[in-house]
Design a binder for this molecule. Structure first.
Ligand SMILES: [Zn+2]
Ligand SMILES: [Zn+2]
Length: 105
């Protein structure tokens, strides 16, 4: 799995294949071990959560060259992971109407 392959999967909307690759599974395992299987988001909030997922801090679609960089991933629990993705979605949705408002002036 190299950057060309990742770019290709993004273009074909087949990123699921990236998450099935042995390279990702290996990186994922490394991240979980580095973080002692603890949710990093819970940790920032003074809680302890058992990490089941590994999250890309900078998302793969926009930063494919960071897809397999250990410094771009962190271990998170399912709860925090869902929250983080909802927050990202909202952020994207919010941006557009604001832009339209500004255009009216
Ligand atoms: Zn958490
Ligand atoms: Zn994620």
């Amino acid at each position: 799995m190299d950057i060309r392959k990742i770019n290709q999967l993004i273009n074909e909307n087949k990123l699921v294949k990236f998450y099935q690759s042995k390279e990702w599974r290996f990186l994922r395992q490394q991240a979980l071990e580095r973080d002692s299987h603890e949710c990093q988001e819970c940790k920032r909030n003074g809680r302890v959560g058992s990490a089941k997922n590994v999250h890309h801090i900078k998302e793969v679609k926009k930063f494919p060259w960071l897809a397999l960089n250990l410094r771009n991933v962190e271990s998170v629990c399912i709860n925090c992971h869902n929250k983080e993705h909802k927050r990202l979605e909202k952020y994207i949705r919010k941006k557009k109407p604001k832009f339209m408002n500004e255009e009216r002036w």
